[in-house]
Design a protein. Structure first.
Length: 342
Protein backbone atom coordinates (compact mmCIF):
# COMPACT_ATOMS: atom_id res chain seq x y z
CA UNK A 1 0.00 0.00 0.00
CA UNK A 2 1.12 3.54 -0.70
CA UNK A 3 1.68 4.58 2.89
CA UNK A 4 4.47 4.96 5.42
CA UNK A 5 4.07 4.60 9.17
CA UNK A 6 5.76 7.73 10.50
CA UNK A 7 4.85 7.34 14.19
CA UNK A 8 2.96 4.35 15.66
CA UNK A 9 2.26 6.14 18.98
CA UNK A 10 3.35 3.07 20.91
CA UNK A 11 6.23 4.54 22.94
CA UNK A 12 5.28 7.55 25.04
CA UNK A 13 8.82 7.77 26.41
CA UNK A 14 10.01 8.87 22.96
CA UNK A 15 8.07 12.15 23.35
CA UNK A 16 9.21 15.15 25.40
CA UNK A 17 6.70 17.37 27.23
CA UNK A 18 7.99 20.95 27.17
CA UNK A 19 6.99 24.38 28.41
CA UNK A 20 6.22 27.17 25.90
CA UNK A 21 9.93 28.02 25.63
CA UNK A 22 10.51 24.62 24.02
CA UNK A 23 13.29 23.78 26.48
CA UNK A 24 11.97 23.58 30.05
CA UNK A 25 10.15 20.35 30.98
CA UNK A 26 6.38 20.84 31.27
CA UNK A 27 4.34 20.01 34.35
CA UNK A 28 1.06 20.93 32.62
CA UNK A 29 1.14 18.46 29.75
CA UNK A 30 1.93 14.74 29.65
CA UNK A 31 1.71 11.69 27.40
CA UNK A 32 1.38 8.05 28.43
CA UNK A 33 1.04 4.69 26.70
CA UNK A 34 -2.59 3.61 26.23
CA UNK A 35 -3.60 -0.01 25.53
CA UNK A 36 -7.38 0.12 25.98
CA UNK A 37 -8.49 2.97 23.71
CA UNK A 38 -6.78 2.11 20.42
CA UNK A 39 -7.49 1.93 16.70
CA UNK A 40 -7.22 -1.32 14.69
CA UNK A 41 -3.60 -2.26 14.12
CA UNK A 42 -0.87 -4.63 15.16
CA UNK A 43 0.73 -2.75 18.06
CA UNK A 44 -2.35 -2.39 20.32
CA UNK A 45 -1.15 1.00 21.58
CA UNK A 46 -2.03 4.67 21.32
CA UNK A 47 -0.73 7.76 23.10
CA UNK A 48 -2.92 9.32 25.82
CA UNK A 49 -2.34 13.09 26.13
CA UNK A 50 -3.43 14.90 29.28
CA UNK A 51 -3.45 18.70 29.55
CA UNK A 52 -4.15 20.83 32.62
CA UNK A 53 -6.26 23.98 32.67
CA UNK A 54 -3.12 26.10 32.16
CA UNK A 55 -1.42 24.06 29.41
CA UNK A 56 -1.84 26.64 26.63
CA UNK A 57 1.48 27.03 24.80
CA UNK A 58 2.97 23.82 26.19
CA UNK A 59 4.01 21.20 23.67
CA UNK A 60 4.93 17.59 22.99
CA UNK A 61 7.91 16.96 20.71
CA UNK A 62 9.08 13.72 19.08
CA UNK A 63 12.50 13.48 17.43
CA UNK A 64 12.61 10.68 14.85
CA UNK A 65 15.57 8.33 14.68
CA UNK A 66 16.39 9.29 11.08
CA UNK A 67 15.06 11.93 8.63
CA UNK A 68 11.88 10.80 6.83
CA UNK A 69 11.28 11.81 3.21
CA UNK A 70 7.59 12.68 2.77
CA UNK A 71 8.01 13.91 -0.81
CA UNK A 72 6.30 10.84 -2.36
CA UNK A 73 3.21 11.29 -0.16
CA UNK A 74 0.27 13.68 -0.41
CA UNK A 75 -0.93 13.83 3.18
CA UNK A 76 -0.55 12.80 6.80
CA UNK A 77 -3.31 10.78 8.42
CA UNK A 78 -3.86 10.27 12.13
CA UNK A 79 -6.64 9.18 14.45
CA UNK A 80 -7.79 11.31 17.40
CA UNK A 81 -10.20 10.56 20.24
CA UNK A 82 -10.69 13.65 22.41
CA UNK A 83 -12.65 14.53 25.54
CA UNK A 84 -14.09 17.76 24.18
CA UNK A 85 -15.40 19.18 20.91
CA UNK A 86 -13.24 21.62 18.93
CA UNK A 87 -14.83 23.36 15.94
CA UNK A 88 -12.75 26.54 15.89
CA UNK A 89 -15.68 28.63 17.12
CA UNK A 90 -15.05 30.96 20.10
CA UNK A 91 -17.00 28.66 22.41
CA UNK A 92 -15.29 25.52 21.04
CA UNK A 93 -11.74 26.55 20.07
CA UNK A 94 -9.15 24.25 18.56
CA UNK A 95 -6.86 23.05 21.32
CA UNK A 96 -4.19 21.00 19.52
CA UNK A 97 -1.86 22.05 16.70
CA UNK A 98 0.45 19.83 14.59
CA UNK A 99 3.79 21.02 13.22
CA UNK A 100 6.63 19.26 11.37
CA UNK A 101 10.30 20.18 11.41
CA UNK A 102 13.63 19.28 9.83
CA UNK A 103 17.23 20.06 10.69
CA UNK A 104 17.21 22.76 8.01
CA UNK A 105 13.83 24.17 9.05
CA UNK A 106 12.85 23.45 12.70
CA UNK A 107 9.18 23.16 13.66
CA UNK A 108 9.11 26.57 15.37
CA UNK A 109 11.18 28.45 12.76
CA UNK A 110 9.50 31.67 11.62
CA UNK A 111 9.80 30.60 7.98
CA UNK A 112 8.20 27.21 8.67
CA UNK A 113 4.59 28.28 8.17
CA UNK A 114 3.00 24.81 7.83
CA UNK A 115 0.67 24.10 10.74
CA UNK A 116 -2.60 22.24 11.21
CA UNK A 117 -5.24 22.41 13.94
CA UNK A 118 -7.08 19.21 14.81
CA UNK A 119 -10.87 19.68 14.91
CA UNK A 120 -13.07 17.41 16.99
CA UNK A 121 -16.63 16.95 15.73
CA UNK A 122 -17.76 14.60 18.50
CA UNK A 123 -16.20 13.95 21.88
CA UNK A 124 -15.06 10.46 22.92
CA UNK A 125 -15.14 9.19 19.31
CA UNK A 126 -12.28 8.12 17.06
CA UNK A 127 -12.02 10.55 14.14
CA UNK A 128 -9.68 10.40 11.15
CA UNK A 129 -7.70 13.55 10.28
CA UNK A 130 -6.18 14.11 6.85
CA UNK A 131 -3.49 16.81 6.68
CA UNK A 132 -2.31 17.89 3.24
CA UNK A 133 1.44 18.10 2.69
CA UNK A 134 1.46 20.04 -0.57
CA UNK A 135 2.19 23.38 1.15
CA UNK A 136 4.91 21.97 3.42
CA UNK A 137 8.27 23.57 2.59
CA UNK A 138 10.53 21.23 0.53
CA UNK A 139 13.34 21.66 3.08
CA UNK A 140 11.05 20.09 5.69
CA UNK A 141 9.10 17.68 3.54
CA UNK A 142 12.18 15.91 2.23
CA UNK A 143 13.75 15.31 5.66
CA UNK A 144 11.26 15.41 8.55
CA UNK A 145 12.94 14.79 11.91
CA UNK A 146 10.44 16.40 14.33
CA UNK A 147 6.76 15.90 15.11
CA UNK A 148 5.29 18.54 17.39
CA UNK A 149 1.92 18.90 19.13
CA UNK A 150 1.18 22.21 20.83
CA UNK A 151 -1.73 23.20 23.07
CA UNK A 152 -3.25 26.33 21.53
CA UNK A 153 -6.12 26.86 23.98
CA UNK A 154 -6.67 26.58 27.71
CA UNK A 155 -7.42 23.08 28.98
CA UNK A 156 -8.18 20.84 30.55
CA UNK A 157 -8.54 18.02 28.04
CA UNK A 158 -7.48 14.46 27.39
CA UNK A 159 -7.12 12.79 24.02
CA UNK A 160 -5.72 9.62 22.47
CA UNK A 161 -3.64 9.80 19.30
CA UNK A 162 -2.88 6.78 17.13
CA UNK A 163 -0.89 5.85 13.99
CA UNK A 164 0.53 8.84 12.13
CA UNK A 165 0.73 7.73 8.49
CA UNK A 166 2.06 9.38 5.34
CA UNK A 167 -0.29 8.43 2.48
CA UNK A 168 -0.48 8.60 -1.30
CA UNK A 169 -3.89 7.26 -2.37
CA UNK A 170 -4.00 4.83 -5.30
CA UNK A 171 -7.46 3.32 -4.97
CA UNK A 172 -7.23 0.03 -6.88
CA UNK A 173 -3.63 -0.70 -5.89
CA UNK A 174 -4.34 0.09 -2.22
CA UNK A 175 -7.43 -2.15 -2.03
CA UNK A 176 -5.63 -5.07 -3.64
CA UNK A 177 -2.65 -4.62 -1.34
CA UNK A 178 -5.03 -4.67 1.64
CA UNK A 179 -6.62 -7.90 0.40
CA UNK A 180 -3.20 -9.52 0.04
CA UNK A 181 -2.25 -8.35 3.52
CA UNK A 182 -5.20 -10.36 4.86
CA UNK A 183 -4.41 -13.51 2.87
CA UNK A 184 -0.75 -13.72 1.84
CA UNK A 185 1.57 -16.08 3.75
CA UNK A 186 -0.68 -16.19 6.82
CA UNK A 187 -2.04 -19.77 6.61
CA UNK A 188 0.53 -22.58 6.97
CA UNK A 189 -0.11 -25.89 5.18
CA UNK A 190 2.31 -28.77 5.67
CA UNK A 191 4.88 -26.45 7.20
CA UNK A 192 4.87 -23.83 4.44
CA UNK A 193 3.03 -20.49 4.30
CA UNK A 194 0.40 -20.28 1.58
CA UNK A 195 0.88 -17.34 -0.81
CA UNK A 196 -1.90 -15.21 -2.26
CA UNK A 197 -1.73 -13.39 -5.59
CA UNK A 198 -3.80 -10.85 -7.47
CA UNK A 199 -4.38 -12.61 -10.76
CA UNK A 200 -3.00 -11.18 -13.98
CA UNK A 201 -3.20 -13.18 -17.22
CA UNK A 202 0.30 -11.94 -18.06
CA UNK A 203 1.95 -13.31 -14.90
CA UNK A 204 2.60 -16.98 -14.10
CA UNK A 205 0.85 -18.19 -10.90
CA UNK A 206 2.80 -19.54 -7.90
CA UNK A 207 3.08 -23.24 -7.16
CA UNK A 208 0.14 -24.90 -5.40
CA UNK A 209 -1.27 -24.39 -2.86
CA UNK A 210 -2.17 -20.71 -3.21
CA UNK A 211 -5.09 -18.30 -3.07
CA UNK A 212 -5.98 -16.30 -6.16
CA UNK A 213 -7.69 -12.91 -6.01
CA UNK A 214 -9.20 -12.13 -9.41
CA UNK A 215 -10.44 -8.60 -10.20
CA UNK A 216 -13.94 -8.78 -11.68
CA UNK A 217 -14.82 -5.14 -12.21
CA UNK A 218 -14.74 -1.48 -11.17
CA UNK A 219 -18.12 0.27 -11.12
CA UNK A 220 -18.92 3.90 -10.23
CA UNK A 221 -21.42 4.29 -7.39
CA UNK A 222 -23.58 7.38 -7.86
CA UNK A 223 -25.55 6.62 -4.69
CA UNK A 224 -22.42 6.93 -2.53
CA UNK A 225 -20.92 9.92 -4.35
CA UNK A 226 -21.89 13.19 -2.62
CA UNK A 227 -21.90 16.48 -4.50
CA UNK A 228 -20.68 18.54 -1.54
CA UNK A 229 -17.18 19.42 -0.39
CA UNK A 230 -15.77 18.97 3.11
CA UNK A 231 -13.63 21.33 5.18
CA UNK A 232 -10.15 20.19 6.09
CA UNK A 233 -6.61 21.41 6.83
CA UNK A 234 -7.56 23.99 9.45
CA UNK A 235 -4.60 26.28 10.09
CA UNK A 236 -3.67 29.74 11.30
CA UNK A 237 -4.49 31.09 7.81
CA UNK A 238 -7.93 29.49 7.38
CA UNK A 239 -8.99 26.11 6.04
CA UNK A 240 -9.34 24.16 2.81
CA UNK A 241 -12.28 22.62 1.01
CA UNK A 242 -11.73 19.08 -0.19
CA UNK A 243 -13.85 17.40 -2.89
CA UNK A 244 -15.67 14.42 -1.43
CA UNK A 245 -14.41 12.25 -4.32
CA UNK A 246 -16.04 9.59 -6.46
CA UNK A 247 -17.24 6.32 -4.96
CA UNK A 248 -16.62 3.00 -6.68
CA UNK A 249 -17.56 -0.64 -6.15
CA UNK A 250 -14.57 -2.92 -6.68
CA UNK A 251 -15.40 -6.59 -7.31
CA UNK A 252 -13.09 -9.54 -6.60
CA UNK A 253 -13.27 -13.32 -6.62
CA UNK A 254 -11.15 -15.39 -4.22
CA UNK A 255 -10.35 -18.98 -5.28
CA UNK A 256 -8.29 -21.77 -3.71
CA UNK A 257 -5.78 -23.83 -5.70
CA UNK A 258 -4.31 -26.97 -4.15
CA UNK A 259 -3.38 -30.55 -5.01
CA UNK A 260 -6.25 -32.05 -3.00
CA UNK A 261 -9.85 -31.18 -2.25
CA UNK A 262 -9.07 -31.25 1.48
CA UNK A 263 -6.43 -28.54 1.10
CA UNK A 264 -8.73 -26.47 -1.15
CA UNK A 265 -11.43 -26.64 1.52
CA UNK A 266 -8.89 -25.64 4.16
CA UNK A 267 -7.86 -22.61 2.08
CA UNK A 268 -11.49 -21.57 1.57
CA UNK A 269 -12.20 -21.86 5.30
CA UNK A 270 -9.20 -19.64 5.96
CA UNK A 271 -10.37 -17.07 3.37
CA UNK A 272 -13.82 -16.97 4.99
CA UNK A 273 -12.24 -16.28 8.38
CA UNK A 274 -10.05 -13.48 7.05
CA UNK A 275 -12.72 -12.01 4.75
CA UNK A 276 -16.09 -12.42 6.53
CA UNK A 277 -19.45 -11.83 4.79
CA UNK A 278 -19.56 -8.30 6.21
CA UNK A 279 -16.68 -6.36 7.65
CA UNK A 280 -14.03 -3.72 7.03
CA UNK A 281 -10.83 -3.68 5.03
CA UNK A 282 -8.08 -1.50 6.47
CA UNK A 283 -6.79 0.63 3.57
CA UNK A 284 -4.13 3.28 4.26
CA UNK A 285 -5.12 3.37 7.91
CA UNK A 286 -8.86 3.79 7.29
CA UNK A 287 -11.52 1.03 7.35
CA UNK A 288 -13.71 0.70 4.24
CA UNK A 289 -16.68 -1.69 3.89
CA UNK A 290 -16.21 -5.18 2.51
CA UNK A 291 -19.12 -7.53 1.81
CA UNK A 292 -19.61 -10.94 0.25
CA UNK A 293 -21.97 -10.96 -2.72
CA UNK A 294 -23.34 -13.35 -5.35
CA UNK A 295 -22.97 -12.54 -9.03
CA UNK A 296 -24.90 -14.14 -11.89
CA UNK A 297 -22.75 -16.71 -13.68
CA UNK A 298 -22.87 -14.63 -16.86
CA UNK A 299 -20.97 -11.83 -15.06
CA UNK A 300 -18.08 -14.09 -14.04
CA UNK A 301 -14.98 -14.48 -16.18
CA UNK A 302 -15.81 -17.12 -18.79
CA UNK A 303 -19.55 -16.55 -18.41
CA UNK A 304 -20.15 -19.61 -16.19
CA UNK A 305 -19.44 -20.83 -12.69
CA UNK A 306 -17.09 -23.57 -13.79
CA UNK A 307 -15.86 -26.38 -11.54
CA UNK A 308 -14.09 -24.27 -8.91
CA UNK A 309 -15.84 -22.63 -5.93
CA UNK A 310 -15.10 -18.91 -5.71
CA UNK A 311 -15.91 -16.30 -3.05
CA UNK A 312 -17.11 -13.00 -4.51
CA UNK A 313 -16.59 -9.74 -2.62
CA UNK A 314 -17.53 -6.11 -3.19
CA UNK A 315 -15.28 -3.42 -1.72
CA UNK A 316 -16.92 0.00 -1.27
CA UNK A 317 -14.01 2.28 -2.10
CA UNK A 318 -13.55 5.97 -2.85
CA UNK A 319 -11.15 7.82 -5.13
CA UNK A 320 -10.58 11.24 -3.55
CA UNK A 321 -7.22 12.17 -4.99
CA UNK A 322 -8.37 15.61 -6.19
CA UNK A 323 -6.51 18.47 -4.47
CA UNK A 324 -8.05 20.63 -1.76
CA UNK A 325 -8.62 24.36 -2.34
CA UNK A 326 -7.44 26.96 0.16
CA UNK A 327 -10.07 29.16 1.84
CA UNK A 328 -9.75 31.91 4.41
CA UNK A 329 -12.16 31.99 7.33
CA UNK A 330 -14.59 34.88 7.67
CA UNK A 331 -13.38 37.45 10.18
CA UNK A 332 -15.76 40.34 9.46
CA UNK A 333 -19.28 40.58 8.13
CA UNK A 334 -20.33 43.91 6.64
CA UNK A 335 -24.00 44.75 6.33
CA UNK A 336 -24.99 47.62 4.02
CA UNK A 337 -28.18 49.47 4.94
CA UNK A 338 -30.06 51.71 2.51
CA UNK A 339 -30.85 54.90 4.45
CA UNK A 340 -33.69 55.79 2.12
CA UNK A 341 -37.17 55.38 3.55
CA UNK A 342 -39.96 54.63 1.11
Amino acid sequence: MAHLLVEPMDTAAAWSALAPDGVTPSTELSIADETTQVRPGTDGHSGRITASATAAGHLLRRTLGAPVDLTPYRELRLWLNASRVATGAPAQPFFLEVRLGSLALPADAASNTWNRFLPVAQASTWELHRLSLDDLAPATRSAVVTLQLRCVAEGPFTCCLDDVLAVRDEMVFDVEAALLERLHNVLVVEGSPVPAEVHSPDVAPPAKPYLRVTPLGVEPSDARTPSTTVRSDFSSTGFRTRPAGFAYDLWYQVEAFASSRADEARLLDFALQRLPPRGDLLVNGAPIPLEMRTLPATELIGGSRGERVGLVYRVLARNDSLPATGTRGVSNVLVAVDPKVA
